[in-house]
Design a protein around this ligand. Structure first.
Ligand SMILES: [Zn+2]
Ligand SMILES: [Zn+2]
Length: 271
């Protein structure tokens, strides 16, 4: 019965998460268009290739998320994971906060691994290959990275003992945070500077999308920038110096969907 309830809740929440994602991305895309110098046709031309990544990400994300929910259900039933080493076994607000921070740290570790492991970087550089970062860049993820990312999440849930409630809360905040971080909507510098004491803001994530090292290997944070500040990977740079893209993808087309999907495998063959 519990498994059935979990499954129903999962189906319902997955739909809600998809609607939230679509609602926020459309809202930010329109706001960017209103705010930017490019016309709608030009912006759509850029976004179109990124939108195509939904077709590869969605089946992988949906099927593997069901497994993540199963793992979360298992750790909750068996009181397994780091969070259960804390005093008390119920999920109070403090435990929600600790679980949230723990998962955010796991995302930081995941992102560092995607950059520092050559095999993983081959897939992750597709996200970095966008030469005009805007909210649609959030979608630009090679399907193999989608697979690796959700598998990592499964491991983090198993190790941390995160409940389904924490996962849903995290997913909701992460959706809004990731889409906002990729947005090129200009918010007042003063407000952004206050936000970036704690959070990954668009300006900080744009530095991460600068085309060359050492800036590509900085500001790895997902929702919070505290891990970057703690582990020395926090960097700022003047907005006018930022050039999007990635130096080891400059000889390839960044707007050819088929080429982007094939690139990691062709790179392997060429080695
Ligand atoms: Zn990255
Ligand atoms: Zn990004």
């Amino acid at each position: 019965m519990q498994a059935l309830l979990h499954s129903l809740w999962n189906n319902h929440s997955t739909l809600l998460q998809i609607f939230l994602f679509l609602g926020v991305i459309i809202l930010i895309w329109v706001a960017e268009l209103h705010n930017a110098l490019v016309d709608a046709k030009e912006k759509w031309r850029h976004s179109r290739v990124n939108l195509l990544f939904i077709t590869t990400a969605l089946p992988i994300q949906l099927s593997l998320s069901a497994l993540v929910i199963l793992v979360s259900g298992w750790v909750t039933i068996h009181h397994w994971g780091l969070l259960y080493l804390l005093p008390g076994t119920t999920y109070g607000w403090l435990k929600y906060l600790i679980a949230f921070l723990l998962l955010d740290f796991c995302e930081y570790v995941y992102h560092v691994l995607m950059h520092k492991t050559p095999k993983f970087w081959n897939f992750h550089l597709i996200h970095h290959s966008d030469e005009e970062v805007d909210v649609s860049t959030t979608l630009r993820e090679h399907p193999c990275e989608t697979f690796i990312r959700v598998c990592f999440l499964m491991v983090w849930v198993f190790l941390s003992g995160a409940s389904i409630g924490v996962l849903l809360l995290r997913q909701t905040i992460q959706t809004v945070a990731n889409l906002t971080a990729h947005s090129n909507y200009k918010i007042p510098v003063k407000i952004e500077r206050i936000c970036q004491l704690l959070f990954i803001t668009p300006r900080l994530h744009q530095v991460h999308h600068h085309f060359e090292l050492p800036y590509t290997d900085c500001n790895y944070g997902d929702v919070f920038c505290i891990w970057d500040r703690l582990f020395g990977t926090y960097r700022e740079m003047p907005e006018e110096d930022i050039k999007f893209g990635v130096d080891n993808y400059q000889n390839y087309s960044s707007s050819d969907f088929k080429a982007l999907i094939q690139h990691p495998f062709l790179e392997k063959k060429n080695k």
